[in-house]
Design a protein around this ligand. Structure first.
Ligand SMILES: Cc1cc2nc3c(=O)[nH]c(=O)nc-3n(C[C@H](O)[C@H](O)[C@H](O)COP(=O)(O)OP(=O)(O)OC[C@H]3O[C@@H](n4cnc5c(N)ncnc54)[C@H](O)[C@@H]3O)c2cc1C
Length: 393
């Protein structure tokens, strides 16, 4: 029987980052299992915004620690993650101006390069923008977006160079336990004996968790994006933007297009048989949201789109923990459509937890599943209208 020190299940950004960081902490016999190909899940479909603006410290801190990696990726990991620091603008309605100010102040205390900007400054940053309904804005000059697939490939490649094994087209079928502790993983290619397993299986995680009695109310959702070629006369490579007034986000895609996601009633779906192409009605909604901000996009050629699967947790925040009831089991589940940008730090924290006994890079206590068991789901006082969006960003 094959033996591994740690088995990581899932070849997305989280699993690949975890495998890489395990090798940096000296674990040589790391096995990363992926049932399809690397970045086959949410990662390969991600909009991959890299922004620090959250409405709580815990997620901002993970994003900031991750930004340090994205910015200096070749030196830290090796290879390219496609990070482009086009800047990031957060737009909110006037009624959330005070909340935005408190969030910016919080982020500044953490060391984030961010500030509130006036609507005139927004107009200068975004030529041609219409700001109806917008009352306040924050700006992060050093944020932007990355290439999520390149990121996963690079993390996995670096892990392999350090001695890890990446086995694609190999499915983890069951996590085997004896006396309450992990002893092996049963895979489509046979059994692997191990005392440490990380579940980073995205929208597919529940089939591994249910037999272990783990049910946190996670739900898989189908999330879409659409791409529009810039209309005639639109030449400004704009920053990444979250427009809370329209529940939308967008960012440049390539040299002359914009990729957008909008909350238009995201649907609960079966990750084993979801439709990968984008829906026509969704494209129309994206065009409307984009044209509300940039009227020129009424006449923008549509260039495609796609759908991917995320896993929502009941409060829209991930569960990252060492599972108390199963010795040797760590999970990152319920990514809630917002965990690409935090994947470098989450992977490092999980590796630290396994090797050193606790996460060092960031405090992961707020991400524990205990919050559900204890009836105190995540709540941010300074949110922008809704606590739990299902639009990935
Ligand atoms: C359209 C869209 C836009 C998004 N935009 C953003 C954004 O702008 N910013 C942001 O931060 N996040 C965004 N996200 C969310 C982000 O992509 C995810 O949170 C992140 O990629 C999750 O990575 P992961 O590694 O946890 O999961 P995944 O990337 O889903 O990886 C899980 C992997 O596990 C594999 N797997 C599952 N079960 C098994 C098994 N039993 N055995 C072996 N392998 C298995 C799957 O095939 C998959 O490859 C977006 C997501 C989508 C879909």
């Amino acid at each position: 029987m094959r033996v591994a020190d740690v088995v990581v299940i899932g070849g997305g950004a989280i699993g690949a980052s975890t495998a890489f960081h395990l090798t940096t902490l000296g674990v040589r016999d790391v096995l990363l299992l992926e049932r399809r190909h690397l970045a086959a899940g949410a990662t390969g479909k991600s909009g991959a915004l890299v922004r620090m603006h959250y409405t709580n410290d815990s997620e901002s801190r993970l994003a900031l620690e991750s930004l340090k990696v994205f910015r200096d990726f070749d030196a830290i990991v090796g290879g390219a993650c496609g990070f482009e620091a086009v800047g990031f603008v957060q737009l909110v309605g006037a009624e959330y101006r005070d909340a935005l100010r408190r969030n910016v102040a919080r982020q500044q205390r953490l060391g984030v390069d961010t500030r509130e900007i006036s609507l005139d400054e927004v107009r200068a940053l975004l030529p041609g923008v219409e700001l109806n309904g917008v009352g306040a804005a924050a700006y992060e000059p050093g944020s932007g977006f990355a290439d999520p697939t390149a990121t996963a490939y690079a993390f996995a490649g670096a892990a392999v160079r350090a001695g890890a094994t990446v086995q694609t087209h190999c499915e983890a079928l069951r996590i085997v336990t004896e006396g309450g502790r992990v002893t092996a993983v049963e895979t489509s290619a046979g059994r692997v004996a191990t005392r440490a397993v990380v579940v980073a299986a995205g929208a597919w995680a529940q089939t591994l968790l249910t037999p272990l009695g783990l049910d946190w109310g996670l739900a898989p959702y189908r999330i879409q994006v659409a791409i529009f070629r810039w209309p005639a006369g639109f030449t400004h490579r704009h920053p990444a933007i979250i427009d809370a007034t329209q529940k939308s986000w967008f960012r440049p895609e390539g040299a002359a297009a914009t990729l957008i996601g909008v909350e238009l009633g995201s649907a609960h779906a079966d990750p084993e048989k979801y439709d990968e192409p984008v829906d026509a009605a969704y494209v129309a909604g994206c065009r409307a949201a984009l044209a509300t901000r940039f009227p020129a996009f009424e006449d923008a050629p549509m260039r495609g789109g796609w759908a991917g699967m995320i896993m929502m947790s009941p409060d829209g925040r991930p569960i990252i923990e060492r599972v108390p009831s199963v010795d040797g089991l760590w999970v990152m589940a319920g990514d809630s459509g917002t965990s690409f940008k935090t994947s470098p730090a989450i992977g490092r924290c999980l590796a630290e937890w396994i090797v050193r006994g606790a996460p060092v890079t960031a405090d992961l206590a707020p991400f524990s599943s205990r919050r559900f068991a204890e009836g105190r789901p995540w709540h941010d006082t300074d949110h922008y209208g809704r606590e739990r969006l299902t639009v990935s960003r």
